[in-house]
Design a protein. Sequence first.
Length: 159
Amino acid sequence: MRAPSIRYTVRYFTSLGYTIEQTDLKFGLGDWKISGDGLPLDGRTFRTRVLLWVEWMDYVAERIYEDFVIKEIQTHWSNANHADRVAFSAELREWGRGVLSPRLEQIVSSAPGWNTDKLPPDWKKRIRKLLGSDQTYRPLWLVLWELDGQVVGSRLSDG
């Protein structure tokens, strides 16, 4: 991977609300510390700009993937009647054990992100929007647990 220029790196992360500190300002060869109150990677230090970008792109890919999967699962859930929700809840529990139902396989396989090779062309716009909505962000596992809790007598954590 070839990292973007020093100037672009600083400008990009600053535009997202981060502060970037470098130990070698002249050549950009020293450590890179990224700070952003409540933002992902806050307080992390990277030995190189490449490592900063690798970690960032991994975060972006995972976050875009989770956002898509959450929205698709919530859409299926909201369109389901109680019996379908009970069945879907069982599918979600099985997914937690590593078994994907055909319905979940369809959702997961169509999701953008997950790895940087599957990022959509508008990934910068998407991550900017997602970072702006972080006050309401809940990870995928928590959304699944909450949905499962809506089915009476059922919890994803139950055996």
